[in-house]
Every structure is written in structure tokens, then in C-alpha cells.
Design a protein around this ligand. Sequence first.
Ligand code: G4P
Length: 531
Amino acid sequence: MDERTKKEIQRRRTFAIISHPDAGKTTLTEKLLLYGGAIQSAGSVKGKQSDRHAVSDWMELEKQRGISVTSSVLQFEYDGFCINILDTPGHQDFSEDTYRTLMAADSAVMVIDAAKGIEPQTRKLFHVCAKRGIPIFTFINKLDHEARDPFDLLDELEREFGIGTYPMNWPISCGVTFKGVYDRRERAIHAFDDAHRGRSRLNAIACDITDTEKLDALIGENLRTELVEQVELLDGASFDFDLDAIAKGKLSPVFFGSALNNFGVEDFLRYFLQLTPTPLPRTTETETVDPFDDRFSAFVFKIQANMNKAHRDRIAFMRICSGKFERGKEYYHMQAGKPIKLAQPQQMMAEEREGIEKAFAGDIIGVFDPGVFSIGDTVCTKDRKITFEGIPTFAPEHFAMVEQIDSMKRKQFAKGMNQIAQEGAIRIFFEPDAGYERVFVGVIGTLQYDVLQFRMKSEYGVEYIKRELPFQFIQRIAAYEGDLARLNLASDTRRVTDVRGKNYLLFTGQWSIKWALDNNPSLVLEDFDHQ
Ligand code: G4P
């Protein structure tokens, strides 16, 4: 590999920011982009409503930005690094999208509200990252508000997540009496006062922890005594700083700060960039792919149709795993078994999409998809046939039956349903041997129903009636000796098939799964997410 390409890859840092809604992910992302000069003012990343409330807001936002708010990638430069932030929606109804996006990251930053600690969505997302063994950094936010005891917060992380924590800095009080943080590596105080609100840079006031007089002048005697005690406790009792454990995701460096006040953000960024890895190797079914291997390889982790309504386009997002991508070059699409030229390659630069000529391992590119890609597909060079390991699928938890209103629009209905299902946020199923008269829709979060309805109407001009069904579980029929039509099932169990003709059973409760197995001895069921 030539030196230039190697350098480009070495300076890449690709990570995701995860949090429970409202913990401050958007605010932190925005501040990071401000440092990189990628945006000029706060408030331009995205409206927070996208993660929370009405679908109309969500859609409106999508229109305004012209790109997907469900998750997108933002690239910017800082201090010689080329940073790719994978933006993930916090709302749990979009969690499948988030899980997949996490597959494209090399590390994760977990934002936690200091008053709340671990929340349900933090928990779920943490486990997805932990499964991959990627480094996880913690930013404990909103120290300018009343916060829980910092030892308590660390204890909760260690207990619940079974990881070690290493506080990189330590807060000096919180809320109205918040004075700043003590940087454990520099052994210096970074003071906070109201005059600093929103300012991009604070001058650290170097102050040795033993310099009582200076400390008293800075933070007062009471807080000084408390800080000295706490720092002693930390130095004596907390985990040792261990780069190897950080790399394996066993030790999480923890930062305290306030994203809104821009306090502790740049320090976080500096340390984070030192500690977070360069693009990581990826495993395929047969080998491990080194990012510094000259031969280009990538996998598709997201597909989004109609990003630009005027063009009716469909974009496949891929994470480059090795080598360099060059526009116009011929690559190989493994799943199709065909050579392919990736058309209209583009990258997201904060607020805009930009056409690109080249990109490197660690980068995310979007390419025009004429309908050939599926999530998880591998693109590589012709001389090297590899298949990246599958992106996990997650079982839908809610089901509904949808029936189109205007039978003249059957074609649009089928097309819309299929295209949106290919993006992966919804699953569609059919009654055995039936076509598109009625479609069963399975989703993880019910907000997806609204998104589907909205998109079917606005993008395909189709309206339908939806009836929610009481099913909660889906199992794949892995084997059955006999005629599936004669399966002996409880009255509230239903058999459906998917587009590829695979058979599934929908159940309303665990007991009916047991009933099906007890009454059909040769029936073998498999979890949906094990396929
Ligand atoms: P999210 O993406 O994780 O959902 O969180 P987001 O950044 O949207 O932040 C949620 C709310 O928390 C916002 O307030 C935001 O201003 C506030 N916030 C973020 N960081 C801090 C912080 O360090 N300190 C304090 N005190 N608040 C913080 P909001 O009222 O919902 O929105 P807005 O009116 O401020 O825009």
C-alpha cells in the first residue's frame, strides 16, 4: 500500500454516539462539529424532535435536510484527523436502524444524563456495542444541573454493564455550584464559570492538587477538601488506566462535562481521538480483512429509498473495510456474483451530500442503488471473493395487516411495500400462496407504522387500511415432515411466508409456541434473529 493511502487510513476515526433520548447526543454532536468547523452555528445539526415526537416532524425534518434523519454520517476534520460520526436515532422505534449503523462503527460514545444515569435505551445500545467488543467511551453530561453522585454513576456502569471505568476527569460539584473538572492526566483544574457559557475554549488553570492556597482561591475550601479526598479515593481504588482493556471494550474512559455549555467537550475530543482506534479489521466468513490491505472491500449496512424525492433515488450506504475506493473503477458485488461500478458515490459533509472521487477504509459512502443491493452485501475487488459476516437481524415485535384501498393501485402498493421493506426497517409477510392483496407488516417500534403510512402515501401515492394484530412473537419454521397446510396450530397462531418463500409462525404468546411444538412432533422452530 502506498504511503499516502496508508496515512489517510491511519487518520480515520469512525464512531457512533449512542444515548437515551434527551441525554444530549444531538448537542454533543453539534459541539464536535463546531470544533471541526463543519458547521458554523449551533442548532444546525438537526431538530431534536426527530428523536421524539410526531412523525410529521420527523418527515418534515427529512425534507429540510434532504438526507435521512434516521441515521446519517457526518464527516469532518480536526487536528489532522478525519472523523466520521455515525449519527443514530435515539428513539427506540428506530432501534434496528441504530443497531445496524453500530456495525459500521469502530467505537462508540455513550452519552449519559448525570441526573438519570443508565436509561433503557442506553442499556440496549450498550449491549449491541459490547457484543462487538468495540471500545466504549462515556460522556456524563449536564453537570451544570443537579447530578447524581459521580461515584454512584460509575458504580452503576460497572455493576450493570460488567465493565471497568476510568474517569479521565472528575467533576467539582454540580448544578449551580459546579466549578469545573479536575483533569487527572494533567493534574490540573479546568474551571467553569458562567462567563464561559457556550464559549468554545476554556483556558485550563494549571493547579496542582497539593497547592491548597491556589485551590482555595479557585473553588473554595469546602470543595477543595472534598476534591482532594475524592481524588485520593480514585487514585487508590479505581481501575488502572489500561489501553488494552479500553481497546477490548472492557474499560470505559469516562468524561464529565456539559455539552450545552461546551464544557469539557474539546478535552473529551482530544483524549478520545488519542484513545479511539484507527479503522478496525473486519471478519469475513473465511478470513480477517486488514484495513491496510490494498484491495478495496466494503459492506452495505443501510439502504434508503427516495432520499431525494425529485430523483426517486435509492442509496446504499457502505462502510469501507479495506483499501481505497476510486470512482469509476470496477468492483465486484459478491451476492449478485457480478462486476459492478458504483455510481454517484457521495459522502455526507454535515449538512450536505457531496460527490466524491475517492474514499478510504473507515469511511462511509453512499452509492446509487438501482435495486441490486441488500443489507449486509459485500463489495470487493474482482480478485478477492470474500463475504463479510452478516449484519444481525432483529425480530419484529408488533404486527399489523394492511390492505390497500384502491385495487387499481396494486402495482404501486407492491412496489412501495417491497422497496421500503428492503430498507430493513419493516418486514413484510404474506398469507401462504397469496399475493399482495393483504400484507402482514412486522415492526420493532410502532412509530414505524406511521412512517410507512406516510411514505406509502407521499412516495407511492397509495393509501391503505391497517389493522393491528395481537401477535408478539415470530418463529421461522426450520423443519417439518409433512404438509405445512396441515400443521396443527392453536386458533391464535398464524402461518405466513416472506418474499423468499420462507415459512414463519406468528404467535400471541409463549404458550402457543409450546402448543405448536407439542402438537407437531416433527416441527422445528428457529428464532427470527438466528437466520
Ligand atoms: P438527544 O439528542 O440525546 O435526544 O438530546 P439533545 O441533545 O436534544 O438534548 C436534550 C435536551 O437537553 C435539550 O434541551 C438540550 O438543550 C439539553 N441539554 C443537552 N446538554 C445539556 C447540558 O449539558 N446541560 C443542560 N442543562 N442541558 C443540556 P431541550 O430543552 O429539550 O431543547 P432546547 O430547547 O434546549 O433546544
